[in-house]
Design a protein around this ligand. Structure first.
Ligand code: KG4
Ligand code: ZN
Length: 350
């Protein structure tokens, strides 16, 4: 069962081929990715129209690249999977349009995959795949969720952000520091040179007793601190000039302190989820899962509590086609998607 996966929900075009034959964990046969980061950088964020047009340009050449890597032809593909959401509407339409066209031309089924399910299951492509059941911390640019995962398609939402996502907190703080786009990795790099204790940023909902998150207040706290350091009026607007008034050491201290606050909350809430479910395995997925401090602190905390932590391979933390093909493969293996019979749709019940 060879599944071609296409990801085009935001600013990466990803195509991959997995082998989901039998009941072994699907194997990644080949994958190719094009990041649009450089194209959007000049605008300080993703420009949806440019993103859609670039997906159109990239998706077929990337498909050819994957087929060349594997020595297979498109006719060998048994099913085509694509990200059906959430994401930018125009960008998603490119992936779904191409996948449906391929399916019709080949006479093969087409499967829409939930983007977050792709992230959630992506550690199954690592050298050390998890076993069910586990607690999952899903931390991306748009979502921050804790889930109990009992099997493929068996997801229980334990808690989630009531406002901004963790990735958004990284990105917005980075923007206030004039670090450009994408903010998360840039902020993490700068934080290496700063003092995480320099500023005590809020840790909202840390002791709320539930597993929800809130990161919107952090952005305001960072803005207030940046204004203070820039000697700007507290009630003044957030302008790019604010960050320019800060020296590198000041920016690094803000970056390190805000990263410490985000990571602290993510680690403590993950451990609360582990304690409340009684499970001994934690899976971390989504773009923020690439954050080195988060990994370091989760590893240390979980080791103390005898909990196993699993991550996707670093290059599969952010958006990619492999996780989409994998999620479709795991769904087929779990009997949740028929491998034949035309277009198949399903709901991701979270
Ligand atoms: O999962 P992802 O690629 O896209 C979404 O589905 O949203 O996640 C992107 C998010 C962005 O907010 C980005 O800044 C963040 O992940 N990110 C990081 C790091 N790498 C990516 N945040 C902190 N540290 C990183 N190393
Ligand atoms: Zn994503």
């Amino acid at each position: 069962m060879l599944i071609l996966g296409i990801e085009s929900s935001c600013d990466e075009t990803g195509v991959a081929l997995v082998d989901a034959s039998g009941h072994d964990t699907p194997r990644l046969l080949g994958h190719a990715l094009h990041s649009q980061i450089e194209m959007h950088q000049a605008y300080g964020g993703v420009v949806p129209e440019l993103a859609s047009r670039d997906h159109i340009r990239r998706v077929l050449p990337l498909t050819d690249e994957v087929l060349a890597q594997t020595g297979l032809s498109l006719s060998a593909v048994d099913a085509v999977a694509y990200t059906r959401g959430p994401g930018l509407a125009g960008a998603l339409l490119v992936g779904s349009g191409v996948a449906c066209a391929m399916g019709m031309a080949l006479g093969k089924p087409v499967m829409g995959v939930h983007h977050l399910e792709g992230h959630l299951l992506s550690p199954f492509l690592s050298a050390d795949p998890p076993r069910f059941p586990f607690v999952a911390l899903l931390v991306s640019g748009g979502h921050t969720q804790l889930m109990r995962v009992d099997g493929v398609g068996r997801y229980e939402l334990l808690g989630e952000t009531i406002d901004d996502a963790a990735g958004e907190a990284f990105d917005k703080s980075a923007k206030l520091l004039g670090l450009g786009y994408p903010g998360g990795p840039a902020l993490a790099r700068l934080a290496l040179e700063g003092n995480p204790m320099a500023y005590k940023f809020p840790r909202p909902l840390l002791h709320s007793g539930d597993l929800d998150f809130s990161f919107a207040g952090l952005k305001t706290a960072v803005l207030t601190q940046v204004k203070r350091l820039a000697h700007a009026r507290p009630e003044g607007p957030a302008t790019p000039q604010l960050a320019q008034a800060l020296n590198v050491a000041q920016k690094a201290d803000v970056a390190a302190s805000v990263q410490a606050a985000i990571v602290d909350v993510l680690v403590k809430k993950s451990l609360s989820a582990i304690a409340s479910t009684g499970l001994r395995r934690l899976v971390v997925a989504g773009g923020v899962g690439a954050n080195a401090l988060l990994r370091e602190q989760l590893n240390a905390a979980c080791q103390r509590q005898n909990v196993r932590v699993h991550y996707p391979e670093l290059h599969l933390c952010t958006d990619n086609g492999a996780m989409i093909a994998l999620a479709a493969g795991l769904r087929v293996q779990a009997g949740l998607l028929a491998p034949s019979g035309g277009a198949v749709a399903y709901r991701f019940d979270v």
